[in-house]
Ligand binder design. Structure first.
Ligand SMILES: Cc1ncc(COP(=O)(O)O)c(C=O)c1O
Length: 381
């Protein structure tokens, strides 16, 4: 998060990250998947929550592994003194392999070029047992070796003087969709075929893993030795149909203080494009958060609301880069400095990233990852 991690009072807007909620979610997930171990994904700055403090909370709650997607993300955690096993979920550029090995990141590997680069880096760093996980593409067609190529790659890794083939992994495409269980089953079958082909060659990786949050929660057969949970750690279910299977608490809320209040006459327009017309004379509050902070510009057009004084109020007009306006109603007593909740709870009301996601036809992941580095994070719990 760089400078934004520092508690800043130069901005009357902040994201609160509840580390007690993170620990709760991790420990619920650990209970659910035991005896499989827990690898928590803290890529993308812990899905926008702040990698270092969240990683510490995750490890305190009993997770054994962390996962990142960029070498720099691993470096940030290592420089913060975090020594837990750390999985790099996909191959980095070859130029970054040296750094990855120097930082003891465990790579997901699926090309001969990466095996070559790792052997060179291992020699350079005087390492003779660099652990690697062979990643197989069993159907998502993103990253991973085709199943037919996996045995040859595995033989190379297994025969290397410098590498240890520690893991065999794959990633699901539709584990969150319970109507498409057949596709997830087909991926598991391909994964097991590769596992068996390796075993026939006498190669038995110690750590088998396939499951993201959806796999871990909804597909018992997918848990194997380790699960790789991301979104569930942050308190969101990967799919509504599995939301009741584990008690998850959203860890992030988003709050700002009203910067300015004005009364606007009936029929007047608000914000760029004057797309919102005040239905009556009403009180408009100006809130210092905008699309540069991760509040999508379109949110007002799809019925987006915020909480003011414990009540839902509509976002009035287009969200601008740094500010948005809220129609607090003609009788509102809202004043400069009052807290407005965009995500989270106020009184009896709550607004979640799932609510935004449903309005915007996206997923909670994109909402929480989108809360930008300009928004200071405050850590509680
Ligand atoms: C390879 C891999 N494993 C695990 C995860 C975690 O997924 P989720 O956030 O759905 O739990 C991801 C995230 O996209 C991933 O790419």
């Amino acid at each position: 998060m760089g400078a934004a991690v520092v508690e800043a009072r130069t901005r009357a807007a902040w994201a609160t990250v509840d580390l007690a909620a993170v620990r709760h979610n991790v420990s619920e997930l650990i209970d659910l998947v035991a005896p499989a171990a827990m690898c928590a994904s803290v890529k993308a700055d812990a899905y926008g929550h702040g990698a270092v403090p969240v990683a510490r909370a995750i490890l305190e709650a009993g997770a054994q592994w962390l996962a990142v997607s960029q070498v720099d993300e691993g470096v940030e955690l290592r420089e913060a003194g975090i020594t837990a096993p750390m999985l790099l979920l996909s191959e980095p550029p070859l130029a970054a392999v040296d750094e990855a090995v120097a930082r003891h990141l465990t790579l997901a590997v699926y090309t001969d070029a990466m095996v070559d680069a790792l052997e060179t880096a291992a020699v350079l760093h005087g390492r003779d047992a660099v652990p690697v996980h062979l990643k197989v593409d069993t159907g998502m067609h993103r990253a991973g070796a085709p199943p037919a190529d996996a045995p040859a790659l595995a033989r190379r890794m297994d025969g290397s003087r410098h590498l240890v083939l520690e893991g065999l992994m794959t990633h699901f495409a539709v584990a969150d969709d319970l109507d498409r269980e057949a596709d997830t089953k087909a991926q598991l079958e391909r994964f097991e075929m590769v596992r068996d082909a390796l075993a026939a060659d006498g190669i038995v990786p110690a750590v088998l893993h396939t499951a993201n949050s959806a796999g871990a929660i909804a597909h018992e057969a997918a848990r194997y030795d380790l699960v790789r949970c991301g979104i569930s750690v942050y308190g969101y279910s990967p799919g509504m149909a599995m939301a009741d299977r584990v008690d998850l608490r959203p860890a992030m809320s988003l709050t700002a203080e009203v910067a300015y209040v004005r009364d606007v006459e009936a029929g007047e327009g608000v914000s760029y494009g004057l797309r919102y017309t005040c239905p009556t004379r009403t009180r408009i509050a100006v809130v210092p958060l905008g699309y540069a902070d991760g509040v999508p510009r379109r949110l007002s057009a799809v019925g987006g609301e915020v909480l003011v004084g414990g009540r839902r109020c509509p976002i009035a007009g287009t969200v601008t880069m740094d500010m948005l306006m809220v129609d607090c109603g003609p009788d509102s007593s809202v004043a400069v400095g009052d807290e407005v909740v965009l995500l989270g709870r106020q009184g009896d009301e709550a607004i979640t990233a799932d609510e935004w996601a449903a309005r915007l036809d996206t997923i909670s992941y994109e909402i929480v990852c989108g809360i930008g580095p300009r928004v200071p994070r405050r850590y509680v719990g």
